[in-house]
Design a protein around this ligand. Structure first.
Ligand code: RAM
Length: 972
């Protein structure tokens, strides 16, 4: 076999070809690929050059370094300079003695390292000429002449408020909501763009649009304004390098001119008003007559807190088309995007001058089929466009985003004849994180749940991890982020996203170690168990998943300060008996009138105190802080001891008979031996007594199934997941949800709403179940002692007959991992992919060595398996990288009960439903999502090989499906 050892996906600080890095010692990572099983890197070589792709004159050449490290290799060459592009390439050697070719050449480019390099001034329209508090977005412009042909040009800068940049009439980049949301007074991100292609010799012009955004607009339910300041301002400089080697800087300064323009109003929650008649044609191009424009003035603002862009930028990541347009019983014309999404609507229109088109965005329809705005509270989510009447006009708002599935349209020309849906699209907007995970299984409702989780993440990862994206909140609630972190890191690459957010958390932490409820902090309140613990949990998870020791070390003092804060509270050092706490937020066992479940708050607080202390100890171990390891190990022991004294009866019963209390005691290892066994038995009982329904809130839910599976009750966990009745994950799916709801009963069984007061239909917390689906159901996990999936753990768990197939894919720092299994009445098949330079432990449940075949051959002849043995009725394999396909007889352990009849029952039910829809469509709320799903499901079932359907039945099914006319327009 000729080996093909190669490397791909080279990244610097998690990103491919990042521009404007201000990190002095950036870290390089790569992924290896080989067609040979069991490949491990034995050496690497990195070369860095400044000299435009010329690798003869090197800045840094590591030579051949004998090491298996391939992630986060820190640059150790000569000191880097500002504003410079560095090209790098890598080659590797493996354990078979093979040497790869050099990788492709990639680069990173540094930003501005020293404050003295900033020549810009903060500018804003002169307050005597344009009222700084006025609503319209400002336009700032400058024309300049470049004396000669240019070699390269960059723009560096930022704004307070939100900005969009233009050069010679064209937008610079595609980023939205720049400069992002940080704790502005402590940290403000600047952005860098390569504008070489946009400038030329001679006359050029630059334009800036500037709006309120998070800096000065309306924020929080308290209707606060001007939280960070009451003046918008811009701060940019263009660096031009001429062909002849000379340079020039064009900064913002008081020579710029200012005006207002077509954006009359733009706010995150409220929407935008755009009067196209006020457009200043050519304002951002050279030659524009700005005589009637106003002066700008220099504003005194610090720059010491400027940091280069850390997060992924915010982008339009997908465009979706409405699936339907209809008129509600109240007579509103409504677009249905088919998906609760976050972003904006772009539309085109041809209309007489002055025509006003209004879009009002909402998430759901009510019981009667009318569009429902109640849960938005004070957020208007309204976009108003006034046409200029010059042919086809296209519009999407600039500095606002909406959370919506339905859009009420008013004023669109001739809309009474019906809207043409082609004139509207939804632009999905969020931090452009790299997708890294995929989960699917044999149950289509669970697959829809997975999609709902992903959509919840997309909608709420718009630069900060928010609780919700629609009402007057949209804040970086620490608890929500903590609860969802594991799932989030499966679905998308969270490295840059959480690096930025954790730095804000650290910046906002109080001197006493207290951690605010929301980051960036715009509402009062701090220090709640399971909320403030984001300070310890998130850095640890980032370390675990990406091996990011640097971030862990950066956050270490913050982690420690938070633990010490808890330690100081109350009379007992080892208990955290708090005065205020959210408790098990929105749990179903909450006493009436309360949002907090009945698990005692001090129980939860002490449990998290122990968990945070454990993570701090583990972090100290990784960072080799020996004294702290000892200190926090003994603190942890004492907290656990005190926890048992306070919250566990002498006979081993927990004082709190709630699901959440049992879950926390088990998951945080607070009980052991007989008490642990009893706790697990009782947790299982609690679920059984409740007829396989949960009662948990934000705190208990993420770990509920995990605790059951870990303690031997995996079947109960799967039954909980597959529960379709209220309350359950699938309840909302069956109700047509396309995202995760804040409340288990956001829409009640009778179709009414929980309440206007706090009822988001896009709140990711309960989506935290995703972690267990990937890790336990599909069995794709990591060995905690070898972060970043250097040592992988593949351990599928089957649950009787309920699920017959599951598959997880995860693109780790080392490369793609797959764990997939399939049960038939005869066989169990497990397919695994392990990336080069990692190893895996694969656990094949319920079998013995002699029964297992890998790609048709017996295990002792399989290449890549280093060690195999039997343990407790399972086969354990230590394997190297590569793809493996294991098969062994099922022997009736997991029987499949799918019958042709049950498929046909589905079809009949479906036809019945279709009949109802046709008859009563105007009265049915939310039908399209669920119906579309059912349709897809049936199609999938018809082709599902494991169902063993006869060709005849398959054909009948398909015929039946094809007969159904797929028209969801209400029948009236
Ligand atoms: C609500 C938020 C959030 C939760 C807090 C306690 O206002 O939506 O989800 O963390 O309350």
């Amino acid at each position: 076999m000729t080996t093909t050892l190669s490397i791909n996906t080279l990244t610097c600080e998690y990103k491919i070809n990042p521009i404007g890095l201000d990190i002095k010692k950036p870290r390089i990572s790569w992924k290896m690929q080989s067609n040979r099983r069991g490949t491990i890197q034995t050496a690497y070589r990195i070369q860095v050059t400044e000299n435009d792709q010329d690798f003869t004159n090197m800045l840094w050449d590591t030579g051949e370094i004998h090491s298996d490290e391939s992630i986060h290799i820190e640059y150790k060459g000569p000191e880097l300079t500002s504003q410079t592009r560095y090209y790098y390439r890598v080659k590797v050697w493996d354990n078979f003695g093979d040497e790869s070719e050099w990788s492709e050449i990639v680069w990173w480019e540094t930003g501005i390292f020293n404050d003295e390099e900033w020549k810009a001034k903060w500018i804003t329209p002169h307050p005597d000429e344009i009222d700084p508090l006025s609503e319209p977005a400002f336009l700032l412009r400058k024309e300049f002449k470049l004396k000669a042909p240019i070699r390269s040009a960059r723009i560096y800068g930022t704004g307070v408020g939100l900005y969009e940049l233009f050069i010679n009439g064209d937008r610079v980049g595609t980023d939205l909501f720049s400069p992002g949301w940080t704790s502005y007074h402590k940290r403000l991100q600047y952005q860098t763009y390569d504008i070489t292609g946009q400038l030329g010799e001679g006359n050029n012009a630059m334009g800036i649009m500037l709006a309120d955004g998070w800096y000065k607009g309306n924020l929080s339910w308290e209707n606060k304004r001007h939280i960070y300041g009451d003046r918008r301002a811009a701060y940019f400089q263009i660096h031009v390098k001429y062909e002849d080697g000379t340079e020039e800087i064009i900064p913002t300064d008081a020579t710029w001119t200012a005006s207002t323009g077509p954006i009359l109003f733009s706010e995150i929650y409220q929407g935008e008003i755009y009067d196209a008649r006020l457009e200043k044609e050519g304002w951002n191009k050279p030659g524009f007559n700005d005589k009637d424009w106003h002066e700008t003035t220099v504003q005194d603002m610090p720059i010491t807190h400027l940091v280069a862009q850390e997060n992924w930028t915010t982008q339009v990541t997908e465009i979706i088309k409405p699936i339907n347009t209809f008129v509600t019983p109240l007579g509103d014309t409504v677009l249905d995007m088919g998906q609760n999404m976050v972003g904006r609507v772009r539309f085109q229109v041809e209309a007489p001058k002055g025509t006003t088109i209004i879009l009002k965005h909402a998430e759901v329809l009510d019981n009667e089929g009318n569009i429902y705005f109640g849960n938005l509270r004070k957020a208007h989510q309204e976009v108003k466009y006034i046409a200029k009447g010059e042919g086809i006009e296209t519009f999407a708002p600039h500095f606002t985003f909406q959370g919506f599935r339905y859009v009420k349209v008013e004023g669109y020309p001739e809309q009474e004849k019906g809207l043409i849906s082609e004139n509207f699209v939804g632009e999905v907007i969020h931090s452009a994180m790299e997708p890294t995970g995929h989960f699917e299984c044999s149950d289509p409702l669970i697959n829809r749940l997975q999609q709902n989780i992903v959509w919840g993440q997309r909608g709420n990862f718009l630069d900060v991890p928010t609780d919700c994206p629609q009402r007057d909140e949209r804040l970086g609630w620490t608890g929500d982020a903590q609860v969802f972190i594991q799932t989030a890191l499966f679905n998308y690459h969270g490295g840059p996203f959480f690096t930025k957010w954790l730095r804000d958390l650290k910046a906002e932490q109080y001197p006493d170690g207290g951690v605010p409820f929301v980051i960036p902090t715009v509402v009062e309140g701090a220090n709640a168990a399971a909320w403030s613990d984001a300070a310890t949990i998130i850095p640890w998870e980032i370390y675990k998943i990406y091996g990011d020791k640097r971030l862990l070390s950066e956050q270490y003092e913050s982690m420690k300060a938070w633990v010490e804060y808890m330690r100081r509270q109350g009379p007992d050092e080892y208990l955290w008996v708090v005065t205020f706490n959210f408790g098990d937020w929105l749990a179903l066992d909450a006493p009436s009138g309360s949002y907090s479940g009945s698990t005692p708050k001090d129980f939860i607080a002490t449990a998290f105190y122990a968990y945070s202390t454990r993570l701090l100890r583990d972090a100290a171990e990784v960072l080799q802080k020996e004294e702290d390891v000892e200190e926090y190990n003994s603190l942890l022991e004492k907290i656990i001891e005190q926890f048992n004294y306070e919250f566990v009866s002498p006979s081993g019963r927990l004082v709190s008979p709630t699901q959440t209390a049992h879950v926390l005691a088990l998951i945080f290892d607070l009980v052991e031996g007989k008490v642990k066994e009893r706790t697990a038995v009782e947790l299982n009982e609690l679920i059984l007594q409740n007829d396989y329904h949960l009662t948990t809130g934000f705190v208990g839910t993420p770990y509920l199934c995990l605790a059951l599976s870990k303690c031997g009750y995996h079947e109960t966990a799967v039954k909980l997941l597959m529960q379709e009745g209220y309350p359950s994950w699938l309840y909302s799916v069956k109700k047509g949800a396309t995202t995760i709801w804040e409340h288990w009963d956001g829409i009640k069984e009778d179709g009414s709403f929980w309440s206007d007061e706090m009822n988001s239909f896009n709140h990711y917390a309960y989506g935290a179940i995703g972690d267990w689906m990937y890790r336990v159901v599909a069995g794709l996990d990591l060995d905690n002692t070898a972060p970043a999936y250097k040592r992988i753990q593949i351990e599928p768990k089957f649950a009787g007959i309920s699920l017959t197939y599951a598959k997880a894919i995860y693109d780790s720092m080392y490369g793609r991992i797959i764990s997939s299994w399939c049960l038939t009445n005869e066989d169990i098949e497990i397919e695994v992919e392990i990336p080069a330079n990692t190893t895996a432990t694969v656990i094949l449940p319920s079998t013995c060595l002699k029964n297992v075949r890998e790609s048709g051959t017996s295990l002792n002849t399989t290449v890549g398996i280093h060690h195999s043995y039997e343990k407790e009725g399972n086969v354990i394999l230590n394997v190297g990288s590569g793809c493996y396909s294991f098969k062994y007889p099922n022997e009736g352990r997991f029987s499949i009960t799918f019958t042709e009849e049950s498929r046909l029952v589905d079809i009949l039910e479906y036809k019945e439903a279709k009949h109802i829809l046709d008859q009563y469509a105007p009265g049915i709320t939310n039908p399209p999502g669920i119906f579309a799903m059912k349709m897809k499901t049936l199609k999938e079932l018809a082709n599902f090989p494991e169902a063993n359907l006869s060709t005849n039945t398959v054909n009948t099914l398909i015929e039946e499906l094809n007969k159904i006319e797929w028209n969801l327009t209400p029948a009236h």
